[in-house]
Every structure is written in C-alpha cells, then in structure tokens.
Design a protein around this ligand. Structure first.
Ligand code: ADP
Ligand code: GLC
Length: 484
C-alpha cells in the first residue's frame, strides 16, 4: 500500500527559513516521495509561500475562523520538487512581513495562538476526510510546536483513522500562551489540565504534540535520550519520560544535491574526494574575499549560525584572542542576539586580517564559507541535530563540536578513533573549545593525515535515504498504535 503522508510545518526551504527545520521540511518529503510514498505538505500562507507555489487552486472555502474572516485551503505545487502542497490562505493571520513567528522588532506575533492553532486544525480536518475528499493522509507528520496542535485535534476526533507523528526539532521553543485564550481552541475543557495542554499555568502547544501524537520523534538518538533528563528537558522531561518507548530519535540527513562540492555553483572551484585541489582554491578565494591574510598554512575556522545562547558562540568569542595569537583565522557569518552581533563585530575590528565577521543571512555565502574553511565550529550548549557540521563533513571541512545531541551522533573524534572525522569536546568552556581547536591546528600541520581525514569526512553517509526508511517504518508503528 502506498502510504499517504502529510507534512505540516511553518517553514520550508527555500521559501521560508529561519533554521534547519526548513531544510528538513524540504528534503525529507522529497526523499520519501522518491521511495514511493504519496507525500504532501501543509503550510501557512505566508507571503513568500503564496508567491512561490505553482498552480494554486482553491480546494475549500473555509470561511471565518480563529479570528480570520476569510480562510481558504489551496492546493498547489512546490517549486523545484513539484510536490503537492496545501496552503492555508488566511490573509488576516498570515499576510504580513517579518519572520513567521515574530514581528520586525523581534516580538512574538500577539496572535500566534490563532495563527498556529489554525494550521493544526486544518491538518486535522484533512486527516478527518472533510477538507479534501480527493486525498486523505494515513499519516500526519507535524513538525515542532507550530504544527503540534494537529495531534491534539486529531486525538480528540475519534473517527479519524490517520495516525499522527510529532517531531521535536527544538524543545526550547514551546509555543506557550495565556491560559485565558483556551476557549479559542474549541477543545474539551478536560484538556485544560496538566494531564493535557497546561504547562505551569500556561497553554503549551509543544505539549499537544508530546502528549497526543501517536509517536514522537526527535532529530537525533542522543537528543532523544537527553530530553528525558532535567538538564535538557526544558521542563518537559517528565512528559517525555511518560511516553516511554513512543519517543525515538531519527538522525536528520542533508540534501546532498544542494550541498555537493562537486557541483556547487556558489563556490570558487568544484572538488570531490579524488580531486581535492579545488578545496585549496576555495580557501584562497575565501581568504581573499574576506580580507584574511592569504596564508595557506593558517587554519581557517568557520562559523555559520544563528547567534543565540543555544549555539555556545560566547565560547568562540572568549577563546578567539588566544587562538588568533596562535595563528587561527576566523570566518563568521550569522544573525541573532544584538549583544552577540556586537561582540563579533568588535572581534573583527580587534583582529584585522585574522577575523572576518558578516552579520547577515546569505545562503550562497554560507556555501563559500563551508567550502573554503578548514574546520567548522559548532560549540552548542544543546543541539537537537545540527546540519552545519554535516555540511562541513560533506565539504571536507572538519567539524569542531561540543559532544551533545546530533553533534555527538555525527562527528567522530580524530584523536579518539582512527576513523575520526573531526574534533569533539565536552565541557561548555572556552578552554575546552580552545583545546579542541588546538588539536585541529596540530593535526592540520600533518598534511597527508589531514587529507585522509577530509576524505573520510566526505564519505560519511549523510543522505536522507536511510532516515526516510526509518520514518517509513515508524509510520507503520504509529498506524498500528492508532488502530489499537
Ligand atoms: P538551527 O536550526 O538550530 O539554526 P541547524 O544547524 O539545524 O541549526 O540549521 C541551520 C541552518 O541555517 C543551516 O542550513 C545553516 O546553513 C543555516 N544558517 C544559519 N545561519 C545562517 C546565515 N547567517 N547565513 C546562511 N545560512 C545560515
Ligand atoms: C532545530 C535544531 C537543530 C536541527 C534542526 C533541524 O532548529 O536546533 O539542531 O538540526 O532543527 O531538525
């Protein structure tokens, strides 16, 4: 039987992207479709989505709901993959600038409850066979809190045969709302308790996914274990432990076509594991572009990241002066917290020719950094999966990572194992990071050994084929659970 899968999410690359979630929501459905699944997406009708999707037609006029006067469900095709995509067109809720979650001042949109309850509610209606009789999903796969309400609405509608799968991409963002807005959800009041969606006197969309999905996944096996602990559980570790074996980790893949040094049009020269000369060209070009001293022997360390506390970049800032003194060059690109942006700008001013900082978001530039650097640093305090270290592996740019979450699952330490592909450290301290970078500097001096490590890194299995099969097996278990 061909399985019908509906992915519900707030963002998808390249239409709307604030982080790795968008990359996953673009690549996983495409990989599943390639393996024969009948896959569709459901997205909120944000302006870039409405502009980019192709051949949109109205499936159903929903009318007024969740504070919007006009709501329609459209069916269109994704640019690029051509996958069918449902779009919830609710101009009053979605047609605005800023990020999907915040206004231009960085404040959460005040009507996020309505905006994302609507998304989950439409998903539940597709599952209940009353939105599009032509296509009814077997599986509703909801991503992060933005889509989580689908799981609660589906659980409450018992005739629904479809099963729900909820994937936690980041437990730190939970979708918390004032309890007095409860009535807007139209759910039974017994759910307004700690056994339901209540979380310390607030309403939690994250809990809707964690408690009511037939199966819960997260994006790496290590993070799946970590979130059962007080340290990483963000207050929800008890809820997660309560789900027992219903929770598992499936490691993300990456899009090996978009991130392919052998075909990448954004970088100075193409290369692969057999022809590594292009990589050295990319490094020279990057040093020239960024105004870094053109020393072939200097270790160039890249950071491409959201600048937030999660990412541990304060460790980079603290370790940077001493590492610069030891000859390391830094190429940083990111946006986020103003204090971190300012601190990185100052680091560039203090170390001309050694540190380059670009405050901004730029996909093509990210490719040039990943291709041109020798190492990529991801010193996160926590990291559900992390994609940039995998982009690094694919480009022979060895990751320097903190041993947490998906970073621990994707990088093998070179000093611990002969088949190593990077450098791992444990303590969230500038010293531990600096020592890991110093190990990289020493290894980098041994050219043949470094080249061998690059070749191993580039051969790491990172495609979506394996994770897509793992999700397929999980869907079978979720359906069995729903039917039981
Ligand atoms: P997270 O989703 O927590 O931010 P991931 O590593 O999963 O972390 O995904 C981050 C994604 O965002 C990657 O595709 C990365 O290349 C991209 N990214 C982050 N910051 C920037 C930036 N300033 N410019 C370009 N791409 C960026
Ligand atoms: C989140 C996590 C990141 C993960 C991404 C995609 O943004 O912070 O670790 O790679 O989702 O799953």
């Amino acid at each position: 039987m061909t399985m019908r899968v509906l992915h519900v999410a707030a963002e998808v690359f390249p239409l709307v992207k604030t982080g790795g979630l968008a990359d996953v929501v673009a690549a996983l459905p495409a990989a599943q479709a390639e393996q024969g699944a009948d896959v569709r997406l459901l997205l909120p009708g944000l302006p870039p989505v409405l502009e980019a999707v192709q051949g949109a037609r109205t499936i159903i006029d929903i009318g007024a709901c969740f504070g919007a006067l006009r709501v329609r469900l459209l069916l269109a095709r994704m640019p690029g993959t051509g996958l069918p995509v449902y779009v919830v067109d609710a101009p009053y809720l979605y047609r605005r600038g800023g990020s999907p979650y915040q206004d231009s001042q960085g404040e959460e949109w005040p009507d996020n409850l309505q905006r994302f309850a609507l998304l989950g509610w439409v998903a539940a209606h597709l599952a209940a066979e009353d939105a599009d009789p032509q296509w009814v999903p077997d599986i509703v796969h909801a991503h992060d809190w933005h889509a989580a309400m689908a799981c609660a609405f589906m659980a409450e509608h018992t005739p629904t045969a479809a099963a729900s799968v909820f994937t936690v991409h980041n437990l730190a963002f939970q979708g918390l709302f004032a309890m007095h807005d409860w009535a807007m959800l139209g759910l039974a009041s017994r759910l307004m308790s700690p056994a339901g969606l209540e979380f310390h006197g607030q309403l939690s969309f994250m809990k809707a996914g964690l408690k009511f999905a037939d199966r819960v996944t997260t994006v790496s096996p290590t993070y799946a274990r970590e979130i059962t602990t007080h340290e990483f559980g963000c207050g929800l570790d008890g809820v997660i432990r309560g789900r027992g074996a219903d929770v598992c980790g499936i490691l993300n893949g990456i899009d090996c076509e978009i991130w392919n040094p052998a075909t990448d049009a954004a970088i100075a020269a193409r290369y692969d594991a057999e022809r590594l000369a292009g990589k050295a060209q990319c490094k020279r070009a990057l040093q020239a572009e960024l105004g870094l001293d053109t020393e072939a022997g200097a270790l160039v360390l890249a950071v491409v990241s959201r600048l937030t506390a999660q990412k541990g970049l304060d460790l980079v800032l603290a370790a940077l002066p001493e590492l610069v003194r030891q000859g390391v060059q830094f190429a940083v690109q990111g946006t986020g917290e103003p204090a971190l942006e300012a601190a990185f700008r100052m680091a560039q001013q203090a170390h001309p020719g050694r540190v380059h900082v670009h405050i901004g978001y730029d996909e093509a530039r990210a490719h040039r950094l990943v291709a041109g650097a020798d190492v990529i640093a991801v010193p996160s305090r926590f990291e559900p999966c992390g994609l940039t270290q995998m982009y690094g592996l694919r480009y022979g740019t060895l990751p320097v990572v903190r041993r947490v979450g998906g970073l621990a699952d994707t990088v093998i330490d070179l000093d611990a194992q002969p088949d190593g592909t990077g450098f791992c450290f444990d303590a969230a301290t500038p010293l531990a990071l600096a020592q890991a970078v110093q190990r990289a500097v020493r290894r980098h001096a041994d050219e043949p050994a470094w080249r061998a490590a690059m070749v191993r890194a580039m051969a790491a299995p990172l495609s979506w084929a394996q994770p897509a099969r793992a999700y397929q097996a999980l869907y079978g278990r979720a359906l069995a659970a729903r039917r039981a």
